[in-house]
Design a protein around this ligand. Structure first.
Ligand SMILES: C[S@@+](CC[C@H](N)C(=O)[O-])C[C@H]1O[C@@H](n2cnc3c(N)ncnc32)[C@H](O)[C@@H]1O
Length: 319
């Protein structure tokens, strides 16, 4: 079988610029995936620099282990991104953390790190998830309804589809899939599952007419199964405490709900998006907003269509 790219990093140049990397700094890539962003960060770090790359999916690390420094593993268009040498796993400055990024502060504590210089999160799933039929993320293949990024987690998409009450299911479809007919869809799903459980991707895809709605339906379930909004809230809260003054937070979002959350957080410094005032009535804003929703260039979208929905936001922690 022809090897396909594990992932093509979105907005690589803009993301690295946003991190404003200091060679001796400590950085976190919360979403390692195919390692494209991590590799580019490492290329800017000196001997004293450190990078902690998180991924809750062990496939990401196993893919990295395949890299013997001979361009064996494909990055994007089959090129290595940072020159020669072995894979990241052979570099003592790099640590892989197999965990949900929501536990970032606990992990930094474990490693004895009080503050970091930059945190990157490139949210959502990788191409590998969409392109691996057995993971159940895609309506393009027939597979069990799974959609777990962390395969050690218990709850699958089949559990959500077959056990949520109609109202909760409708909320998931409406909020996370932006499906205007979420209520009607939830009703149909509940009716159908009363006759027989819905266990496969193709059964679920039958509830919608076109590919666009199928993508939305699958996205909604994926976000719920992996508690993506909850994990992002925890990441933002932890990141605010961990970043040193002048440190950067760089987030790539792929749908409006997560983007709104990040936007409000960077603007106000809290999850509610409400700007607090000090005793004298001055606004207290923990971040200076550096980038307000930059999108991929036309040239990048032509080369990598999946970068179309990416939005980049960058904040700098105030001193
Ligand atoms: C869009 S991909 C990142 C791609 C990466 N920037 C690259 O250059 O290849 C997102 C990755 O983050 C991981 N991920 C998503 N949410 C996570 C979470 N809450 N905790 C840890 N990893 C997560 C996914 O498993 C996936 O591998």
């Amino acid at each position: 079988m022809e090897e396909t790219a594990y992932h093509i990093p979105a907005m690589l140049t803009e993301t690295i610029a946003g991190l404003d990397i200091k060679p001796a700094g400590v950085y976190v890539d919360a979403t390692f995936g195919g390692g494209g962003h991590s590799r580019a960060i490492m290329a800017k770090l000196g001997e004293k620099g450190r990078l902690y790359s998180f991924d809750q999916d062990m496939d990401a690390y196993e893919n990295e282990l395949k890299d013997e420094g001979e361009g064996k593993r494909l990055h994007g268009e089959g090129e290595r991104l940072n020159g020669e040498g072995g894979g990241l796993h052979t570099d003592a400055r790099w640590h892989f953390v197999h965990s949900n990024f929501r536990y970032l502060p606990q992990w930094m504590d474990y490693y004895g790190i009080e503050q970091v210089d930059g945190i990157l999160a490139d949210l959502g799933v990788s191409f590998h998830h969409f392109d691996s039929p057995e993971r159940g993320f895609s309506f393009r293949f027939s597979a069990p309804l799974d959609m777990r990024m962390n395969t050690q987690q218990k709850m699958t998409a089949a559990d959500v589809v077959n056990s949520y009450d109609e109202e909760s299911l409708a909320r998931v479809l409406y909020l996370y899939g932006e499906l205007k007919n979420g209520k009607a869809l939830a009703r149909q799903i509940c009716k159908q599952r009363a006759a027989a459980p819905i266990l496969r991707t193709e059964q679920l895809a039958e509830f919608v007419k076109d590919k666009k709605d199928a993508a939305k339906l699958f996205q909604a379930l994926r976000i719920e199964v992996n508690d993506e909004m909850g994990a992002l809230r925890d990441l933002l809260t932890g990141a605010k405490e961990l970043l040193r003054p002048g440190g950067r937070i760089v987030i790539l979002t792929y749908h409006s709900l997560e983007d709104r959350l990040v936007k409000n957080f960077l603007r106000a410094g809290n999850l509610e998006g409400e700007i607090e005032k000090d005793f004298y009535g001055n606004a207290v804003t923990p971040f200076k907003v550096i980038e307000k929703g930059l999108t991929a260039s036309e040239e990048e979208v032509a080369r990598n269509p999946r970068s179309r929905s990416a939005k980049l936001r960058v904040g700098c922690k105030e001193g």
